[in-house]
Design a protein around this ligand. Structure first.
Ligand code: ADP
Ligand code: MG
Length: 249
């Protein structure tokens, strides 16, 4: 059975896209069939794979102009790209009937070809993110080990709970990933303690350390495993992928 996961945090720069790229690639290497969906108008996920102007994107599909066009990236790994046009989508779709269900409708006929569908959400809690939560079975929240990390998280939990109540009863938060972690910093250790107190066993044991290779890989249009297999980033995302699968057994 296919599982759809929204990777979301309305804060920008917390590692959503990096996690989508490298958890997706890590799971693909572990022989799972993965579909990545770039739902952010900034299209960072799409650009991370070296695609700057896709012929077609999730935007046209959301507008109902055509079916979603799926690009093959690697073995076991596909992508529905985004473009800057998506920035207008929230306004344009606002008056549509059933506007929260549009993404769900797009994914439904194709998701069973995959083990996991990972949706890279924009840094906001608007209609695009609501569409992701409505289409998803689960939410994974990446949280940066930063002293303001927890601030504002009540907002995303509130939105998840509302979507669960009104639009998608099955939705649950399954995982919290600590990103940009530096264990030498007492502050980071304190923040992680707070995150664990709050989310308890939902927090993955794997911490994603700060690692420059993770920021460099997208400039070469590849994931961390193809950029620098011996980096800390590759080690951490490999461990996260393994832990992700182990937690589901
Ligand atoms: N663990 C990490 N170590 C170093 N740089 C990282 C790490 N995770 C993400 N980055 C970089 O930080 C920036 C923000 O990450 P990104 O994944 O784009 O966040 P978001 O999608 O939440 O906005 C990007 O430039 C990315 O390359
Ligand atoms: Mg992003």
């Amino acid at each position: 059975m296919s599982i759809t996961i929204a990777i979301s945090n309305h804060k920008g720069g917390v590692g959503k896209t990096t996690t989508c790229v490298n958890l997706g690639a890590g799971l693909a290497l572990l022989d799972k069939k993965i579909l990545l969906i770039d739902l952010d108008p900034q299209a960072n996920l799409t650009q991370s794979y070296g695609i700057s102007k896709p012929d077609s994107s999730i935007y046209e599909a959301l507008k109902g102009e055509q079916e979603a066009v799926v690009l093959n990236l690697n073995n076991n790994l596909d992508l529905i790209p985004s473009t800057l046009d998506l920035a207008g989508a929230e306004m344009e779709l606002n008056s549509e009937a059933g506007r929260e269900y549009i993404l769900d409708e797009i994914i439904s006929p194709i998701k069973d070809q995959y083990d996991y569908v990972l949706i890279d959400c924009p840094p906001s809690l608007g209609l695009l993110t609501i569409n992701a939560f409505t289409a998803a079975d689960e939410v994974i929240i990446p949280i940066q080990a930063h002293f303001l990390a927890i601030k504002g998280l009540t907002k995303i939990i509130e939105v998840i709970n509302k979507v669960k109540k009104r639009l998608n009863k099955k939705l649950i938060i399954t995982g919290v990933v600590v990103t940009l972690f530096d264990k030498r910093k007492i502050l980071h250790r304190d923040v992680v303690e707070t995150i664990v107190t709050y989310f308890q066993d939902k927090v993955y044991n794997t911490r994603i350390r700060q690692n420059v290779a993770l920021a460099e890989a997208p400039t070469q249009g590849v994931d961390i495993f193809r950029y620098q297999i011996k980096s800390n980033g590759a080690e951490d995302y490999k461990n996260l992928s393994t832990e992700f699968l182990q937690k589901r057994k």
